[in-house]
Design a protein around this ligand. Structure first.
Ligand SMILES: [Zn+2]
Length: 252
């Protein structure tokens, strides 16, 4: 007997797509949010709670009120320093699980101060890194994230970044890195996701500016495509899909 089983997303869709935007960039407010709203789509935005954090986070309140998800992307954005030539770079290789937990707890308090209405939060791993330490001391911090957040988005070490409806790790969700991709590349990933019956999470940074960008017209074409093909794909913020998936695992 085959172990293959078809899962329907949000009751009746073949696949799910989430559009996520990291680092609280200006182009998210100026371009990404208007483009998504023009096509009636809601995304997930992951700003950082550092410096003048209340003001930085408050800029995303109109997006939240229009149905977009706001998620936690930490305070200090600690990443691996394994490729850095800067001797003073204290990256995740030198951090401990206790330090990570303190960072995440403080970040959680800051995000909840600005958005007290949000009950369940998703986290976004800075630089897709999910570990602290080196060699024998290397530890995953996924369990720490799992004890504080409902879901979390990482990157992917496999060549196909589609999340399975049966085996996905809600606290280490795979995502596609979308920088420098054309609309046709991204639409190809959407169709591949649909063929596999899974959930793809797209990670964007700058839109037509800043680091790791894609062109504005490519995001527009992708959103136009998703809008036209709504009968086949469920396009929703990450936390909505994570909740739906969790419910499918826990209901009898
Ligand atoms: Zn980031």
């Amino acid at each position: 007997m085959s172990g293959l089983k078809k899962h329907l997303w949000n009751d009746d869709k073949q696949s799910a797509i989430s559009l996520t935007f990291d680092d609280g960039m200006k182009s998210h407010l100026d371009l990404a949010i208007p483009i998504l709203e023009n096509f009636g789509l809601a995304g997930t935005f992951y700003p950082i709670a550092k410096g003048n954090w209340e003001t930085s986070l408050e800029r995303f309140r109109p997006a939240f009120e229009n149905g977009h998800e706001i998620g936690n992307h930490s305070i200090h954005h600690w990443c691996s320093c394994a490729t850095s030539l800067d001797l003073d770079n204290i990256g995740l290789e030198y951090r401990t699980l206790d330090e990570l937990e303190s960072e995440l707890q403080l970040a959680d308090r800051r995000f909840r101060t600005v958005f007290p209405e949000i009950d369940q939060w998703s986290f976004c791993y800075p630089c897709y890194n999910t570990f602290v330490g080196r060699g024998k001391e290397r530890r995953s911090y996924v369990p720490v994230v799992a004890s504080h957040f409902f879901a979390a988005r990482a990157g992917c070490e496999m060549s196909v970044s589609v999340n399975s409806p049966y085996h996905a790790d809600l606290h280490c969700l795979n995502s596609w890195k979308c920088e420098h991709q054309s609309a046709n590349d991204l639409i190809g990933l959407v169709e591949r996701t649909n063929d596999l019956g899974g959930w793809s999470i797209f990670t964007f940074h700058g839109i037509g500016e800043g680091h790791l960008p894609i062109e504005r017209c490519d995001l527009e074409k992708l959103c136009e495509y998703l809008d036209r093909a709504r009968d086949r794909f469920w396009v929703a913020p990450l936390i909505n899909v994570a909740k739906d998936l969790y419910a499918s695992w826990t209901k009898k």
